[in-house]
Design a protein around this ligand. Structure first.
Ligand SMILES: NC(=O)C1=CN([C@@H]2O[C@H](COP(=O)(O)OP(=O)(O)OC[C@H]3O[C@@H](n4cnc5c(N)ncnc54)[C@H](O)[C@@H]3O)[C@@H](O)[C@H]2O)C=CC1
Ligand SMILES: O=c1[nH]c(=O)c2[nH+]cn([C@@H]3O[C@H](COP(=O)(O)O)[C@@H](O)[C@H]3O)c2[nH]1
Ligand SMILES: [K+]
Length: 508
């Protein structure tokens, strides 16, 4: 028998279209993929993808526009890792703009938010910074901030023996003869720090003004970081940044302002139900006003919703209704879909129209990422996976001895109270209905550590499927060559750890 015919005779399992066409809605955990043939190494799997029609990413992962997930620091980390962060919009336009500009100004390998003081600051002020853990070597500029003329650097040894901490000014103790570099790259900065054996290297422009700061710590950190592929950057080499907006009149002004400042590459029309006249109108207006801006519409979970928004010009579709860890939409509104079914059905239609999809919500493991991508999504969007990381907004605190950060739905009463109530609380609507919960998640460390491991696990999953890259996975799905099955509840139990007296799940 020929190879193809032999394969056909042995084929079992179902094509995805068969499985998802039977009247049951399926979540990621409800389905399992049958393995394919491997003729390449896991590290050869190429995860590069399209976020939107025009934007390509090296890593198929983005952070959710939620006020406990994505502000500047997360967006910087995600873009540096080859993904992208979407700034939330539960803040004023001025705040959102300032976060977007911070992302655009950041150069990977340098200090995220350098601590800078003025020459008139006291040693006591320096001490206060050191107590917060943020000082080592502090740059001193005439303005007391980045952009001012560099006049000195203060380190521990300059102030260790100062008795009058309140009365001594930094200009009296700082090292004024500073070794600085002019517009150095991250590699050049590291080399210079190595040569000089110093801890801090200020980077200045031709006028001697402080532009950014390299430290031994951040430079080494950058070098130790596993290489994932290239950071996500625009034509000018600046990190890519996205932002969420609503569909009200003032949201158009938000987009105009962000775009006008050159601080917006892609915008998400943020809604639980994107198949509305509001989104169609907003899409049309934005496409007319900013033809080069990539616009993500959604959320959607059906082929019909996808078709309407794709035909209206959406550059990508965000998929998911009620699947998020903090979502109560399905419970409150009785509308939504199992996330595996939603990703498959929306991607089938959207991909056919040349529109990439973003699988949003419900991602708990690397296996869920593999499933989302193998079901046709081009990227995954994560909230809970990234909440509780060092880069997420908010401070850590302790609950029953566990270090946690807050994580909440954007439709929770708490988040609405902060400012998003206009979306739920239109003029005629007097009652607020929560569609999400507020709570905490454990400290998860840095996304800079989590994401590389997560993506390596995804590469291994795609290798098991026999898919060298995402287009190959999508082609196998569309042709029916990729076989899939539903898991009974005992199959799910069997697929998890069982019959152990005790164990610790260490993922990486
Ligand atoms: N993915 C999901 O399953 C869910 C996500 N969420 C998140 O919660 C947040 C809020 O979501 P939504 O409540 O769906 O926000 P939304 O802004 O789309 O809708 C809020 C209310 O305002 C109405 N509305 C929107 N634009 C309007 C306009 N121009 N004129 C008049 N009325 C208008 C909508 O029809 C709706 O009743 C988002 O961050 C969303 O991502 C909330 C629930 C579910
Ligand atoms: O029903 C909801 N009520 C909410 O208050 C809410 N807030 C966010 N989201 C959606 O959940 C996604 C994040 O989900 P995960 O934590 O599972 O990654 C996000 O990306 C959103 O799509 C909400 N859904
Ligand atoms: K849920």
């Amino acid at each position: 028998m020929e190879n193809g015919a032999a394969q056909q005779a042995c084929a079992d399992g179902y094509a995805a279209a068969q499985l998802f066409g039977q009247g049951t809605t399926y979540t990621y955990d409800d389905v399992i993929f049958l393995p394919g043939h491997i003729d390449f190494a896991a590290h050869d799997v190429d995860l590069s993808t399209h976020l939107t029609k025009k934007i390509q990413l090296a890593a198929p992962i983005v952070s959710s526009p939620m006020d406990t997930v994505t502000e500047a620091e997360m967006a910087i980390a995600m873009a540096t890792l080859g993904g992208l962060g979407f700034l939330h919009n539960n803040m004023t336009l001025g705040e959102q703009l300032s976060h977007a500009q911070r992302v655009k100004r950041h150069v990977p390998g340098f200090v995220l938010a350098p601590v800078v003081l003025g020459p008139q600051a006291t040693v006591a002020e320096y001490d206060a910074l050191r107590a917060q853990g943020s000082a080592g070597g502090v740059c001193v500029t005439d303005s007391g901030g980045v952009g001012g003329r560099l006049v000195g650097v203060v380190a521990g040894r300059d102030v260790d023996f100062v008795a009058d901490r309140q009365g001594t000014l930094l200009r009296e103790v700082m090292t004024a003869d500073v070794e600085a570099a002019q517009e150095a790259s991250a590699e050049e900065a590291l080399a210079q720090l190595q040569r000089s054996k110093r801890k801090v290297l200020p980077i200045v422009n031709a006028a001697g003004e402080l532009v950014r700061v390299a430290t031994r710590e951040t430079s080494l950190d950058e070098r130790r970081r596993p290489r994932l592929g290239k950071p996500s950057t625009d034509a000018g080499g600046r990190l890519l940044v996205g932002a969420a907006v609503g569909t009200r009149d003032d949201d158009r002004e938000r987009v105009d302002a962000l775009r006008g400042a050159g601080a917006l590459d892609v915008v998400i029309l943020d809604s639980s139900q994107g198949d509305s006249v509001y989104q169609l109108q907003m899409l049309a207006l934005l496409k007319r006003a900013h033809p080069d801006l990539e616009v993500v519409a959604g959320n959607v979970v059906t082929g019909a919703q996808a078709q309407r928004l794709a035909e209206a010009g959406a550059d990508a579709l965000r998929v998911g209704m009620g699947s998020g860890s903090i979502c109560t939409t399905q419970e409150v509104c009785a509308v939504g879909r199992g996330q595996a079914a939603a990703v498959f059905q929306v991607s089938r239609v959207a991909n056919g129209l040349g529109v990439p999809t973003i699988a949003d919500g419900g991602i708990q493991t690397s296996g869920h990422v593999v499933k989302a991508l193998a079901l046709g999504a081009s990227t995954v969007m994560c909230g809970s996976l990234f909440a509780g990381t060092a880069e997420a907004p908010g401070k850590y605190f302790e609950v029953d001895g566990v270090r946690v950060k807050a994580y909440r739905g954007m439709g929770s009463l708490e988040a609405m109270a902060k400012g998003s109530e206009t979306r739920y609380y239109s003029d005629t609507q007097a009652l607020k209905i929560a569609q999400g919960v507020a709570g905490t998640v454990r400290d998860k460390g840095s996304v800079r550590r989590t994401v590389p491991y997560l993506l390596q696990a995804v590469r291994q999953g795609l290798q098991d499927l026999g898919a060298r890259d995402l287009p190959a996975a999508r082609a196998a799905l569309a042709s029916g060559a990729q076989r899939v099955e539903a898991r009974s509840s005992s199959a799910q139990a069997e697929g998890n750890v069982h019959d152990m007296h005790s164990f610790k799940k260490v993922r990486w």
